[in-house]
Ligand binder design. Structure first.
Ligand SMILES: Cc1cc2nc3c(=O)[nH]c(=O)nc-3n(C[C@H](O)[C@H](O)[C@H](O)COP(=O)(O)OP(=O)(O)OC[C@H]3O[C@@H](n4cnc5c(N)ncnc54)[C@H](O)[C@@H]3O)c2cc1C
Length: 497
């Protein structure tokens, strides 16, 4: 059977592209190497409990806001979304203080101005800037290259440079950046657009899902199947076949059997490096392009502690907490702690309990560089040896210790916990070096690090977090961008309305 389109990978980007193409009448087939769909959105089960991997909260899901508009068209607004506290969706704890971030651009600036009255003008202009970025978020799709021009200007500016020049109080600068473990805070490279777009969406509104993050992937897959599409799990793409300068088929290993599936069009949600690996000896991929892609650097990975809590002990907090070690002078150094040293900053996120006011699960995340776990890269999951176990146990205790500054009785409230490292992500989603947010976009080297959906083949397109933006909103916008490259913008624009 020949499909109109084959989509490689069932991460959010792959599923959304498949959904849009199916909605436009194409016969699509999604190929996913794992048993579970969703990539970073997959959940894992231990006993009766399910834990999330790469999903904790999203922004801009309020009525009429950008992600709500997009998710409505994907049928995702019927999921049990739950809004975080508008008067403190994020809490930043650092340098002896605790600060709540409020929803609404005006309230955001007002509430911080009450603590930093001398910075009111700076805060108002910061907030107005984020609002402007939020308003223009769909321009690259709606306005074509005109929309890209203004966006590229912000991509070429340094987020750190912007904050240093526009916010004079260093503590306030740290607070404004403190909830940004959802991106890679790297002073020398982080583009202003990445920083502004993500923070802007969360200031609009912030939401958790009551239940597993994998509900998002399952709902998208159901939608694709209802439109006549095919979604195959346990189907690893092992290579792509070419004919007359076009991709003609995908060789797959499906439940242990090798087969080739043909299509007219191919969309890859895999990282560009992995996609080119599927075209190893292709004469159509110029060595200079392959070298450029293989040299791209990756953002950091994460170490995660998924905790099952004893019942009735830890209060459920309807917000996320970003907590930094007291000796940290700048949150912008959070990912640069020397290997083996305790975490400098953590994100604490709880799952919404089925009932009651106490939490049953808590995740603690801290950035982790691949180099910390590289020596175990050739080992298999669950067989990495005692040293790796001891490394993880130590790191978990350090994370728990830092979280105790918020929940002093945490250690005694833990029933059991599980950990994951960048190696876990490398194994399950194929993320290069276990990166959490894909290729590192560098404001100093935009043309090299910001990829478009186009590839050396007219019928092969990239999508997913490795292109311009990461995160649920970023990947959704990228899916629309990829599909507008394939179909033209008309079928895609309604997804933004
Ligand atoms: C720890 C962590 C926490 C996060 N928290 C949040 C959050 O709270 N909010 C938010 O908005 N974002 C968050 N993110 C980011 C968000 O999860 C990602 O940006 C997004 O899910 C990436 O989707 P994707 O489609 O680009 O890629 P992926 O999810 O990586 O999907 C790629 C898919 O391709 C499959 N694949 C790989 N190789 C093959 C092959 N050869 N054949 C077939 N299939 C293959 C993989 O198995 C995977 O399913 C987090 C990420 C991490 C890592």
């Amino acid at each position: 059977m020949k499909y109109d389109a084959i989509i490689l990978g069932s991460g959010l980007g792959g599923l959304e592209c498949a959904f849009i193409l199916a909605k436009c009448g194409m016969k699509v087939c999604v190929l996913e190497k794992n048993a579970a769909l969703g990539g970073c959105l997959q959940s894992f089960r231990r006993g009766k409990d399910e834990f999330d991997t790469g999903f904790h909260y999203v922004g801009a899901l309020g009525k009429g806001q950008i992600l709500e508009r997009i998710f409505s068209h994907f049928g995702l607004m019927d999921l049990p979304w739950h809004q975080l506290d508008t008067e403190g969706f994020d809490q930043v704890v650092l340098q002896g203080g605790s600060y709540l971030l409020e929803n609404g651009y005006g309230q955001f600036a007002d509430s911080l101005s009450a603590i930093f009255p001398e910075s009111r003008a700076e805060l108002e202009s910061y907030s107005a800037f984020l609002e402007k970025v939020g308003k223009g978020i769909a321009d690259p799709i709606l306005k074509g290259s005109g929309g890209f021009d203004s966006l590229n200007t912000l991509f070429e500016k340094s987020a750190y440079g912007y904050l240093c020049s526009s916010i004079s109080n260093p503590l306030l600068r740290n607070i404004l950046s403190g909830s940004s473990l959802k991106l890679e805070l790297r002073p020398s490279t982080l583009p202003l657009y990445t920083f502004a777009q993500i923070n802007s969406s969360f200031i609009q509104s912030a939401w958790r899902l009551k239940g597993r993050g994998s509900l998002i992937a399952e709902t998208l897959a159901d939608g694709i199947r209802k439109m006549g599409g095919t979604v195959l799990a346990n189907a690893t793409v092992t290579s792509l076949e070419e004919k007359d300068g076009h991709i003609s088929g995908a060789q797959i290993l499906h439940n242990g059997c090798r087969e080739t599936i043909s299509a007219n069009l191919f969309v890859s949600d895999l990282s560009p490096q992995l996609t080119l690996d599927l075209l190893k000896d292709s004469p159509n991929v110029r060595p200079v392009f392959r070298r450029r892609i293989n040299r791209l650097e990756q953002t950091c990975g994460f170490f995660t502690v998924n905790i099952k809590l004893k019942e009735g002990v830890i209060p459920y907090l309807n917000r996320n907490i970003y907590c930094y070690s007291p000796d940290l002078d700048s949150v912008w150094n959070v990912a640069e702690s020397p290997a083996g040293s305790p975490p400098r900053g953590i994100l604490i996120s709880q799952q919404i309990p089925e009932s009651g006011t106490t939490a049953t699960q808590m995740d603690i995340l801290t950035p982790m560089d691949y180099s910390e776990v590289e020596r175990w890269k050739d080992t298999l999951p669950n067989r990495r040896g005692e040293e790796y176990k001891a490394f993880k146990a130590k790191k978990a205790q350090e994370c728990i210790l830092l979280a105790q500054s918020i929940f002093p009785n945490l250690k005694d409230s833990i029933e059991t916990f599980y950990t994951s490292t960048p190696l876990t992500y490398m194994n399950y989603t194929g993320a290069v070096k276990g990166t959490a947010y894909g290729i590192r976009k560098d404001c100093n080297s935009l043309t090299q690090t910001l990829l478009t959906p186009k590839t050396p083949f007219a019928n092969l397109f990239f999508t997913g977090q490795n292109l311009n933006l990461h995160g649920i909103l970023g990947v959704s916008l990228t899916s629309l961008l990829t599909c507008s490259e394939i179909l033209g913008k008309e079928p895609v624009v309604p997804f933004l309305e």
